[in-house]
Design a protein around this ligand. Structure first.
Ligand SMILES: Cc1cc2nc3c(=O)[nH]c(=O)nc-3n(C[C@H](O)[C@H](O)[C@H](O)COP(=O)(O)OP(=O)(O)OC[C@H]3O[C@@H](n4cnc5c(N)ncnc54)[C@H](O)[C@@H]3O)c2cc1C
Length: 289
């Protein structure tokens, strides 16, 4: 286990905003995870589990307690006869590289989505047509001190939402795949990743900030554009002109700039369209007034 006091969290969020945690613990095995949780519980420290931070804004006033990241054995990816077994901290990119090399098809729609297996499961990440919950066979979670295996059918996935119990720590996931030709799988992944790259703005960002209203049927980006907010900024944070549901940040932008812009967008969209936008972005830590 690596424990870093007063840790800088800027590299743990897609926005790159400076923020600090009282403690950052990188755990490399299930035993270390249990040990870390025991240690922080004894200290009375709250715990936040971090993925790669591509859907998380850390608070302007930092994070009280500990942030834990899952490394080592949690980053492993293995193939099985009709599935891929991935540690919770494995990146979607690594999972796709293995699927392409081995000709395991079915996960290509995740191409171009940055993050970890667990972060994607919590957010039920995906496209308008497919989400990661739809290809999950089972997940392992640490719940109340015990590792449990949960079948995908027992996890109530819905549009950009999962339904793990509060406090569940996802440790592993098994994804359903079908056999395919490595070159075809690889070409499909490259094509889909390229299509996504073209749609996304450059600069520090965490993808879509708001959920598309009406369970994904109405585009939040379109509502933001119609409200005249394309290009509007708050300090170093700006509504992307290319994709209005993205906020892009200059390096070093304070988290408070992103938060103030989020509030500004919500007020303006409500006033001009009557729609109350809900966050897709996760907030962690303190200072969100
Ligand atoms: C350029 C860009 C494009 C994007 N495109 C898409 C897209 O097309 N579709 C889409 O759905 N999303 C998209 N996103 C958003 C983001 O990539 C996804 O939400 C991704 O799945 C987040 O994974 P993460 O590991 O970074 O999660 P994080 O932001 O680190 O975490 C997300 C949540 O999961 C929790 N969590 C993480 N690990 C665990 C664990 N082990 N146990 C319990 N809880 C955990 C965290 O506490 C947090 O609440 C995009 C983002 C960017 C920057």
């Amino acid at each position: 286990m690596r424990v870093i006091p007063e840790a800088d969290l800027s590299r743990l969020s897609g926005y790159g905003c400076p923020s600090r945690a009282e403690t950052l613990a990188e755990v490399f095995s299930r035993d270390e995870l249990i040990e870390a949780l025991g240690r922080f519980s004894a200290q009375g420290s709250p715990v936040h589990i971090a993925g790669a931070g591509y859907n998380t804004l850390y608070g302007p006033s930092g994070v009280k307690g500990a942030v834990i990241t899952l490394r080592g054995e949690f980053e492993e990816v293995k193939t099985e006869p009709s599935s891929i077994r991935a540690g919770a901290g494995a990146s979607l990119g690594k999972i796709l590289r293995v699927s392409a090399r081995m000709g395991y098809s079915g996960l290509e729609f995740l191409a171009g989505i940055p993050g970890t297996a667990a972060g994607a499961l919590v957010c039920n990440s995906g496209t308008a047509e497919k989400w990661i919950g739809g290809v999950l066979r089972e997940a392992e979670v640490l719940r109340e001190g015990r590792f449990l295996r949960i079948a995908a059918g027992d996890i109530p996935f819905s549009y950009r939402s999962s339904g793990f119990y509060p406090g569940d720590i996802i440790t592993e996931a098994v994804f359903e795949t079908v056999s395919g030709d490595p070159e075809t799988v690889s070409r499909r992944i490259s094509r889909l990743a390229e299509e996504k790259r073209k749609k996304h703005p450059a600069g520090g960002n965490c993808g879509c900030v708001f959920r598309n209203p009406e369970n994904g049927k109405v585009s939040a980006g379109m509502l933001i554009r119609r409200s005249g907010l394309a290009g509007v900024s708050s300090g170093g944070a700006r509504v992307s002109e290319k994709h209005c549901n993205f906020i892009v940040c200059r390096p070093g932008t304070p988290a408070s700039d992103v938060w103030n812009l989020i509030k500004k967008i919500r007020v303006a969209v409500l006033e001009s369209t009557g729609v109350e936008l809900e966050l897709e972005l996760k907030l962690a830590g303190e200072g969100f007034d």
